[in-house]
Ligand binder design. Structure first.
Ligand code: URP
Ligand code: ZN
Ligand code: ZN
Length: 485
């Protein structure tokens, strides 16, 4: 028997416009969006008066239950997606990270197993951490399995870092497959050199982390990856852009017509590098992530990039470690597991500091938190919009609801929150995942395993991905034989 819900009286917001409309949900999909819809017999009514009815958020950068730096990130696919839902996010794209030497398909199977308990929908990026004929062949299998984005770590030398030769090979093959490449842009060799120099000078605490990862290290790698992508002719998405050095490189590439996208993290926008001067070791260590938090000047540049469109997506890189895990680096900052959290608070913090301050319109907010990610990673309009036929991933956003963020009350599974004590105005009143209410009245109604894998097709051709860059509708899909699909 089908289940029908009418969301009545809200202001629907998409990346393009905001207007007063009712939204009808039948089972897992949006069935109608009209000025007035009569309540169908037997339907449930949700009063949306005073709220914005927006597409659920998409966080395209998370690391749930990631084995990393000798430990495993604390949030798993259930706790992480449930925490996300409480903050209005209804889909994550997590990174499958094979160990060097490991089969990509094997790693994908491992991640599928972990993600089976997700409370909301999810998708995967695949990291290329080594190169061989097997990796090359498996990239094709991975895209056929619905993963159209490949990640490259230019840092973490001796672990998952790849060099320029691998970037070139992988970028070329991803291009031929119609996939998009992504990079963690930091010059890994320089980082190791600076880390060792700091340590030799007796700098062993968390303050050594930002000192060994200055903005130049990020800017150089970002520009290098962009130039390689430009020559190869593949779209490039730069994750966690944290400084003007990297942002300027992305802006230049875009101004030259390159298909390049920038992602910034909500943490980098509102938390600055003063956190590393905290004399409390635990608090400082909880901010150890790469790239590190930056000075207010870099933050101002990031906000300009967000407002101007150089930055297309705000993610979180959600990868949390608790105090005991961070203490692995008590006598050597190089051993502090890198990562911070934000999946639960991303949308409310961006609304408060973005829309609440007049920097962003509600439509820009929707674009940055949902629609752009869906378009760039090719799951739009199934995800990322309020439209007939789209999945009913919906958030009722109450612009007046306030909340003070604290590790004591968070859903995330950690004993720390980088936004601790911040009061944010604008929060999720109700979140719906494929037609099911998973958050309302400040309570979770999630179920482990409700989430489904969202397969994402490769792009038909480079022109199609380039069209995204200009906000155009994707042209008709033409397969490699030149036939419209
Ligand atoms: O410090 C970070 N960002 N940890 C997660 C792994 C990564 O680099 O994305
Ligand atoms: Zn990274
Ligand atoms: Zn990451």
């Amino acid at each position: 028997m089908s289940e029908t819900t009418l969301i009545r009286g809200g202001t629907v917001v998409t990346a393009l416009r905001a207007w007063r409309a009712d939204v009808l949900v039948v089972d897992h999909k949006i069935a109608a969006v009209e000025e007035t819809i009569a309540l169908p017999t037997g339907a449930r009514l949700i009063d949306a008066d005073g709220t914005f009815v927006m597409p659920g958020g998409i966080d395209p950068h998370t690391h749930m239950e990631l084995p990393f730096m000798g430990t495993v990130s604390k949030d798993d696919f259930y706790t992480g997606t449930a925490a996300a839902a409480s903050g209005g996010t209804t889909m994550i794209i997590d990174f499958v990270i094979p160990s060097p030497g490991e089969s990509l398909m094997h790693a994908l199977d491992v991640w599928r197993g972990r993600a089976a308990k997700a409370a909301t929908d999810y998708s995967f990026h695949m990291a290329i951490t080594w190169w061989s004929d097997l990796v090359r062949a498996e990239m094709g299998k991975v895209t056929a399995a619905g993963v159209n984005s490949f990640k490259h770590f230019m840092a973490y030398k001796g672990a998952i870092m790849v060099d320029d030769a691998v970037l070139v090979q992988s970028f070329m093959h991803a291009r031929d497959l119609g996939a998009i490449c992504t990079v963690h842009a930091e010059h890994g060799d320089l980082v190791v050199h600076l880390q060792n120099e700091m340590f030799a000078r007796g700098i062993t605490g968390p303050e050594g982390h930002p000192q060994s990862r200055p903005p130049e290290v990020e800017g150089e790698a970002c520009n290098r990856a962009l130039r390689i992508a430009q020559v190869v002719g593949v779209p490039l998405y730069v994750v966690h852009t944290s400084c003007s050095d990297a942002m300027d490189a992305i802006a230049r590439a875009q101004s030259e017509g390159q298909c390049a996208f920038g992602e910034s993290l909500i943490q980098h926008l509102v938390v600055n590098d003063s956190v590393y001067r905290d004399t409390n070791w635990d608090r400082a260590a909880h901010h150890v992530m790469s790239p590190p938090f930056r000075s207010p000047e870099h933050q101002a540049a990031l906000w300009r990039g967000v407002q101007s469109g150089t930055i297309s997506v705000i993610g979180t890189d959600h990868c949390v470690f608790d105090t005991a895990q961070k203490r692995a680096g008590i006598s050597d900052f190089r051993a502090i597991p890198n990562g911070t959290g934000g999946v639960e608070d991303r949308m409310s913090v961006l609304w408060h500091h973005g829309v609440g301050t007049g920097r962003l319109t509600p439509s820009q907010f929707v674009a940055l938190t949902s629609t752009n990610a869906a378009r760039i990673f090719n799951c739009h309009p199934q995800k990322g919009t309020i439209a007939v036929g789209s999945d009913a991933d919906i958030v009722l956003w109450d612009p007046c609801k306030t909340r003070t963020i604290s590790a004591k009350t968070q859903q995330q599974k950690n004993d720390f929150n980088v936004f601790e004590g911040m009061t944010v105005k604008g929060n999720a009143a109700l979140t719906m995942s494929r037609g099911r209410v998973v958050w309302s009245d400040d309570c979770l109604h999630t179920e482990a395993g409700w989430g489904r894998f969202v397969p994402r097709k490769p792009f038909a051709d480079f022109a199609q991905s380039l069209a995204l860059r200009h906000g155009l509708n994707a042209p008709t899909r033409v397969n490699r034989k030149g036939v419209s699909e």
